[in-house]
Design a protein around this ligand. Structure first.
Ligand code: B12
Length: 301
């Protein structure tokens, strides 16, 4: 087993040796082995814990909370330990500090690239809690952790892809098992013209189905003219356009969508729209608000 000195751990993490020592004394993440000469040495497990805390800190989490969460994950009786990360091998762990048992289970399955287990974890959360809670408390923390992991390390894109697949399929299965809402004036859900991110729209569709509100998902990269045509053809009560990143073509096309027919309402969602909703649109802050507003528009209130 490779045993590392504090300097070697610091070099692998890209932090100073004093940071490693401080994490040790302050948060109990100490070296658990000794060299023959009696000096403290870090085992691969110690390094994996420190790495998880370091990533959590990079993604903006308080170090004390991150350390507690990581140590909790490792020691909880009811959950198997996090997959061990190999130092220098582009670690595959996905720390979700502060998250509950279900989110940690989902993160663990995704990090192991266990698609079926990840899908089952999402589906179970959807059935037990309903879409709004499952999205906010289970799915979203893991998506955010996956994005933060990629932004901090440049690795783990395969985890993001597998997670996307598992979440999408679970949301489809959940929505398909619900009673089919009436077909009239469906809400349209579309990603902007350049947009690949559409998971929040799958979540919206499942949550609307729970409310008995019909919707149609037009998916990623929807041209705004096509969205306007769909709104006119279906006499849609409302449309929701998702943007993760700013896109002028989407903003420019909103007026055409709003003019599709007399009663259509336009909503925008996602960080790409900035702080102010453009032109004719309104911007719900989260999934729950979006579903409330869309439900109201569909019922003509
Ligand atoms: C899954 C994912 C992907 C998947 C998308 C698959 C799919 N079918 O959707 C794939 C792998 C394809 C992908 C691709 C890319 N991605 Co990506 N991706 C993500 C990830 C991990 C989750 C996206 C998501 O669903 N977010 C939804 C929730 C989780 O976001 P949220 O911030 O909590 O949401 C807030 C609000 O939007 C709102 N909200 C939440 N849910 C809902 C629902 C509704 C209806 C409403 C109204 C509001 C609402 O509440 C929250 C806070 O108030 C994010 C990480 C992240 N933090 O979002 C990166 C992220 C969005 N991706 C990013 C990037 C850079 C890319 C790529 C450009 C990478 C590349 N170089 O190719 C490409 C984009 C290509 C393109 N043309 O669009 C960046 C965007 C940074 C930026 N702003 O520019 C992020 C933030 C990762 C990061 N940390 O840097 N990605």
């Amino acid at each position: 087993m490779e045993l590392l000195s504090v300097g070697e751990v610091a070099a692998r993490l890209g932090v100073s040796p004093s940071a490693v020592r401080v994490w040790g004394t302050r948060y109990g993440l100490v070296a658990s082995a000794r060299s023959e000469g009696g000096h403290r040495r870090y085992t691969p497990e110690d390094l994996a814990l420190l790495q998880a805390v370091h990533e959590a800190v990079l993604s903006g989490t308080d170090p004390a909370a991150a350390a507690a969460a990581v140590r909790g994950i490792e020691t909880a009786d009811d959950v198997p330990a996090l997959p061990r990360r190999r130092a220098g091998a582009g670690g595959t762990g996905l720390a979700v500090p502060g998250a509950g048992r279900e989110a940690r289970g989902l993160a663990r399955a995704a990090a192991r690239l266990d698609e079926m287990r990840a899908e089952d974890a999402v589906l179970a959360a959807l059935r037990e809690r309903g879409t709004l809670d499952a999205w906010d408390d289970v799915v979203r923390p893991v998506l955010i952790a996956a994005g933060a992991h990629w932004a901090a390390t440049g690795s783990g894109i395969e985890i993001e892809h597998l997670l996307t697949q598992a979440v999408t399929t679970a949301l489809i299965r959940h929505a398909a098992a619900l009673p089919e809402p009436p077909p009239e004036r469906p809400v349209l859900l579309a990603g902007g013209p350049q947009e690949e991110h559409v998971l929040p729209l799958y979540a919206a569709r499942a949550a609307l189905a729970e409310h008995g509100v019909p919707s149609r998902l037009l998916g990623p990269r929807t041209p705004m003219a096509a969205l306007a045509t769909a709104a006119r053809r279906t006499r849609s009560a409302a449309v929701l356009v998702w943007l993760s990143r700013p896109d002028e073509a989407a903003a420019d096309g909103l007026a055409e969508v709003a003019a599709a027919h007399r009663r259509v309402r336009v909503l925008v969602g996602g960080p790409g729209w900035g702080d102010v909703a453009p032109g004719p649109a309104t911007a719900p802050a989260d999934l729950a608000e979006a579903v409330t507003v869309l439900d109201r528009h569909w019922r003509g209130r």
